[in-house]
Design a protein around this ligand. Structure first.
Ligand code: GDP
Ligand code: MG
Length: 308
């Protein structure tokens, strides 16, 4: 950006790392002050890589909200792990988010081991999230527990993404760790993610919210049409893909009730994200074994599926 002539300006990429459900998307949304990433009580809501760009007068922080690390049980899982690895090597700081309302889980240990053994990694800041669920004494003891899990952290910062506490402190510390340099993106740009991809994520989030255990992770969403209406709003047509005929029935529900519920929640989140009224039309289609189908995954935007 030309207008910024400040020699002390800092800019860089921060990967938000952490197992599913620790609050990565919630944190990114809280820092951005608006809904960019899909948040869900069910893990694995966030799928493709997404940048959130936070620009102010002394720094531009580019946050990468990545999927969690997990066992690559299928191609989609492997694609996610590949994304995580590449992202870490490309970033200036790693923000490792943990959930202090629980003891460290095996996935936290996996991440700790990975960070210990990986080479050429940038500094790691540990964000101790969900402190709102603990008393002050519990916070202190959990801080020690997580410090033991990973002793190489450059900093350990307690926060609550949901209650927005500790975020100023976190931001300031992250900024100070970024290299000096001019911003990568124009000031007004807040994400590299297409609005239609965000919409697809939000529809998926809404579906997972209602479907609970019935269709675990067996859905993908594609936005087929996203057009501006002359009246000011937008029209979105999207397809929810499931793996089996039986799942299709569940997603539609009796008399179409379930699909209606999903559509109405999704519409609300998309309106919140895009700041305009949305007309949303959903349909459900069976695509067998989409999780093992590389072509399908590429079409859905999971570009790094094939790693050579
Ligand atoms: P992600 O999988 O790491 O991206 O996690 P999400 O951001 O989707 O959050 C998972 C769940 O944890 C959601 O139900 C959030 O509302 C909840 N959550 C996130 N941050 C906090 C927090 O600071 N405190 C509490 N109590 N819940 C949180
Ligand atoms: Mg997420």
């Amino acid at each position: 950006m030309d207008e910024i002539k400040n020699e002390n300006y800092r800019s860089g990429f921060i990967t938000v790392l952490g197992r599913p459900n620790v609050g990565k998307s919630t944190l990114v949304n809280a820092l951005m002050g608006q809904k960019i990433a899909a948040v869900s009580p069910k893990p694995q809501t966030t799928r493709a890589r997404q940048l959130a760009i936070l620009t102010d007068e002394d720094a531009q922080i580019i946050l990468m909200d990545t999927p969690g690390m997990h066992n690559p049980i299928n191609k989609l899982g492997r694609a996610m792990n590949a994304i995580v690895e590449e992202t870490l090597q490309d970033s200036d700081v790693i923000l490792w988010l943990v959930d202090v309302s629980d003891p460290p889980q095996s996935e936290d240990e996996l991440i700790a081991n990975f960070l210990h053994t990986a080479r050429n990694l940038p500094p790691v800041v540990m964000g101790l999230n969900k402190i709102d669920l603990l008393s002050t004494e519990e916070q202190d003891s959990q801080k020690d527990v997580f410090k033991k899990l990973y002793s190489n952290a450059a900093d350990v910062i307690p926060i609550s993404a949901r209650k927005r506490s500790g975020l100023d402190d976190l931001l300031q510390k992250l900024k100070n760790m970024l290299p000096k340099g001019s911003p990568y993106f124009p000031e007004e740009q807040i994400t590299d993610y297409q609005e239609r991809q965000i919409a697809a994520d939000l529809i998926r989030e809404a579906a997972l919210m209602f479907l609970q255990q019935e269709v675990p992770h067996a859905i993908a969403v594609r936005v087929d049409e996203f057009t501006e209406r002359e009246t000011g709003g937008a029209y979105i047509a999207a397809t929810i893909f499931v793996e089996k005929e039986s799942q299709k029935g569940i997603v539609i529900g009796s008399g179409g009730k379930m699909l209606k519920k999903i559509g109405s929640l999704a519409r609300k989140s998309i309106e919140e994200m895009s700041g305009r009224s949305i007309f949303l039309q959903l349909r459900v289609k069976v695509s067998e074994n989409w999780r093992e189908n590389a072509v399908f995954l590429r079409r859905m935007g999971y570009e790094t599926v094939e790693k050579k």
